[in-house]
Write a protein that binds this ligand. Structure first.
Ligand code: PEP
Ligand code: MG
Length: 323
């Protein structure tokens, strides 16, 4: 199987009708970057920056971060890297941060909420990203955005850093794209103006699913209780696809489900054009997409929903068995 996937490396994730899905990879450490060529990924759809903060005993300095981000961009070359700003709190606790005694950390003071309330570290990180770009294209996304206001404030902060660099005569990113992670159901219902302002949206499916079903992703008893191919969840995903399409907002999906071939294929059938996953999943996902006809599969899914199915998994598996 490994050989078969290696043979696919240079080929597009194109279905039988010619539709091409962009497959990107998730990363978080410099050591992940060689996988960019090894896996045939189109770029890094999610670079989790918190890992650099988690492996140290103190807050990294701006120069250290800038050097690291520059190495990441150098290694990626022409391929795009979507950097996600610090996502701490909940399951990711920094050793040097005062532990928060929260009854429900997943819904607590985490991710962009920390970044907006205590902007020092976020600002420093944004400066490091802008400097690291050295005039090259730059994509930055903010985690756990629940309302447009949170996104606008974070976005302004990044634009402010870009202006500051310019005023000091330093190069500014050639093509700056600012995005939001859609991880709370609320954001899917934001006003149109949000989708117009946002350059790109990435669905953080791990968190989105946990909040959609109110099932803790860290709790073994409930984390697998609800199927990602549940009709209600997929209807919600379709709604996000439609809202982004209406405003030409680029959309991707970067939760773990994007790396599960059956789930990935289903998302693609429902209109997701970009999926970001762990590098090892790229081959298997590409293999399956190339065997399928996404429009046909979409019909199967819609018929199953009309018939009142709770999950479309049996129907998708049946479709796959017939290929
Ligand atoms: C997600 O929530 O799906 C996601 C990609 O972010 P993380 O797993 O780091 O919370
Ligand atoms: Mg998340």
């Amino acid at each position: 199987a490994q050989k078969r996937y290696a043979d696919l490396r240079e080929l597009p994730a194109e279905d039988r009708s010619g539709r091409v899905i962009r497959l990107m990879m998730n990363a978080g450490l410099m050591a992940d970057l060689p996988s960019l060529t090894g896996s045939g990924a189109d770029g890094v759809g999610l670079f989790r920056t918190e890992l650099q903060f988690l492996i140290r005993s103190r807050v990294p300095r701006r120069a250290e971060l800038a050097a690291l981000y520059k190495r990441v961009m150098d290694a990626a070359g022409e391929k795009r890297v979507q950097f996600r700003t610090l996502d701490i709190g909940s399951d990711k606790v920094l050793p040097y941060m005062k532990p928060q005694d929260e009854p429900n950390p997943a819904m607590g003071w985490r991710a962009i909420r920390v970044g907006l309330d205590k902007p020092g570290v976020l600002r420093m990180q944004l400066q490091a990203l802008v400097r690291a770009a050295e005039g090259r294209p730059l994509s930055v996304m903010f985690p756990f955005i629940a309302t447009p206001e949170e996104f606008y404030t974070a976005r302004e902060s990044l634009l402010h850093e870009v202006e500051r660099e310019a005023s000091m005569g330093r190069p500014v990113p050639a093509d700056l794209k600012i995005g939001a992670m859609l991880e709370t159901p609320s954001l899917a219902f934001a006003p149109d103006s949000f989708f117009e302002t946002c350059d790109f949206i990435s669905i953080g499916g791990n968190d989105l699913k946990q909040f959609f079903f109110a099932a803790d992703r860290e709790n073994e008893r409930v984390r697998r209780r609800y199927d990602t191919l549940d009709t209600s969840f997929l209807t919600f995903i379709e709604k996000i696809v439609a809202r982004c399409a209406a405003h030409d907002t680029q959309l991707s999906f970067c939760g773990e489900d994007a790396g599960r071939p059956v789930e990935a294929l289903t998302f693609a059938a429902l209109g997701l054009k970009t999926l970001s996953m762990r590098p090892a999943s790229i081959g298997p996902v590409k293999h399956l997409i190339r065997r399928a006809n996404l429009a046909e599969l979409r019909e199967v899914i819609l018929a199953e929903r009309s018939a009142g199915a709770q999950s479309v998994r049996p129907a998708v598996m049946h479709y796959l068995a017939g290929l």
